[in-house]
Design a protein around this ligand. Structure first.
Ligand code: NAD
Ligand code: DAU
Length: 354
């Protein structure tokens, strides 16, 4: 079996659902259930013996040790993190706690477990750390895309905390020989994406008749990858990646934020025309920029494609259409995640950005 951390969040829950249907191997899912963790994402696995959920913190060494001793996983996939850049600007402390200290404690527990394994079990064991392209910093308009050799230049408390965790993972391989793999992926989108992030926020605000807050001039560029393609990349790296290596994961889909928002609006205009007529695009509002806002990210995913034969299945057009359709079909999920805590965050963030 495998142990997944953060498997009730956006990417983690997509991964768990994907894993159970594509691979079928049992998975233990350790998640603290912060504001971003949601067991509703995993509802279709209720009563399925291949998925076991445990509420807990990756930084709780005793808990992790007991889970490792009881389940003897062949692999650990670390998705657990604080993941929202804007929240890291308002309150960086939890990012250091989970992303840096939590990853360190998890690595310590894993080092002890792996150190006691023997023979084939020890050979086959893997620790896969899920990271981000944001560790590389920001690119100029004509700079080549980030390769795995690009130096780390994190600019936000979030990306600095992820960079620190990547360095710890690297050091545990270099110093102790722990068989680690790291993936650095670009911006994901798809089902179960918490509506604090750009694409789901625009969808839910548009449908609610609210402003669509675009930071600064909206010309910041991100590379977008459908979450299912990130999941298939992680499965492939786990299966065949070289230990100690890092793999960049991306969709070759560089888009300016304003273009992304306009595409979301056009899809909504087609699939759910505005009750009062006109386009959802009329709701776009330019607001104060994010402090330290990285201008451009771009991922060179050729290592993953060349060495492991991975290719994304979705284009931005097909993936975004699927995503908008998912939000239109899952209004109950959206209503449930818009709890009091969610409303407080939106009020804090967009009052200061106005
Ligand atoms: P998310 O915020 O949606 O989910 C994070 C999950 O981790 C939640 O379920 C939360 O409850 C859990 N968690 C938080 N702190 C924990 C702790 N201390 N112990 C156990 N569980 C804890 O994040 P996401 O967007 O799904 O991102 C998952 C991972 O992928 C993160 O490591 C993130 O840095 C990375 N990543 C995200 C993207 C993206 O576009 N979302 C892109 C590249 C990499
Ligand atoms: O690049 C990978 C990263 O992508 C992940 O590591 C992070 O966990 C994930 O949150 C994401 O970070 P971003 O900051 O790029 O994502 P976000 O959806 O917050 O913002 C995308 C872009 O849209 C960014 O340039 C900021 C802008 N934006 C965002 C919001 C929430 C707006 O213009 N308005 C908004 O309201």
């Amino acid at each position: 079996m495998i142990l997944v951390t953060g498997g009730a969040g956006f990417i983690g829950s997509n991964f768990v659902l994907d894993w159970v249907s594509a691979v079928g191997e049992p998975v233990v899912n350790l998640d603290k259930l912060t504001y971003a963790g949601n067991l509703e994402n995993l509802r279709s696995l209720q009563g399925d013996g291949r998925h076991q959920f445990v509420q807990g913190d990756i930084g709780d060494g005793a808990l992790v040790e007991s889970l490792l001793a009881r389940h003897r996983p062949r692999a650990i996939l670390n998705f657990a993190a604080e993941s929202h850049v804007d929240r890291s600007i308002h309150a960086p402390g939890t990012f250091i706690e989970t992303n840096v200290v939590g990853t360190f404690r998890l690595l310590e527990a894993v080092r002890a477990y792996w150190g006691a394994l023997q023979g084939a079990e020890r050979e086959a064991f893997r620790f896969l750390h899920v990271s981000t392209d944001e560790v590389y910093g920001s690119l100029g308009p004509r700079d080549p895309a980030f390769t795995e050799q690009h130096r780390y230049e994190p600019n936000s408390p979030y990306s600095a905390s992820k960079a620190a965790s990547d360095h710890l993972v690297r050091a545990y391989h270099h110093t102790y020989g722990l068989p680690v793999l790291t993936t650095n992926c670009s911006n994901n989108y798809g089902p179960y994406h918490f509506p604090e992030k750009l694409i789901p926020l625009m969808i839910v605000n548009a449908l609610a008749g609210k402003p669509l807050p675009v930071y600064g001039d909206g010309q910041q560029v991100r590379d977008w990858l459908y979450v299912g393609d990130h999941c298939s990349a992680i499965r492939r790296v786990l299966e065949a990646g070289r230990t100690g290596e890092t793999y960049n994961v991306g969709g070759w889909n560089e888009k300016a934020n304003l273009d992304v928002v306009r595409t979301v609006c056009a899809l909504l205009d087609e699939l759910k025309p505005r009750a009062g007529g006109g386009s959802y695009g009329e709701q776009v509002t330019f607001v104060k920029d994010r402090p330290g806002h990285d201008r451009r990210y771009a991922i060179d995913a050729r290592r993953l494609e060349r060495e492991l034969g991975w290719k994304p299945a979705e284009t931005f057009e097909t993936g975004l259409r699927k995503t908008v359709q998912w939000y239109l079909a899952n209004t109950a999920w959206v209503e449930h995640v818009q709890s009091g805590a969610y409303r407080e965050w939106i009020a804090t963030q967009y009052a200061s950005a106005a």
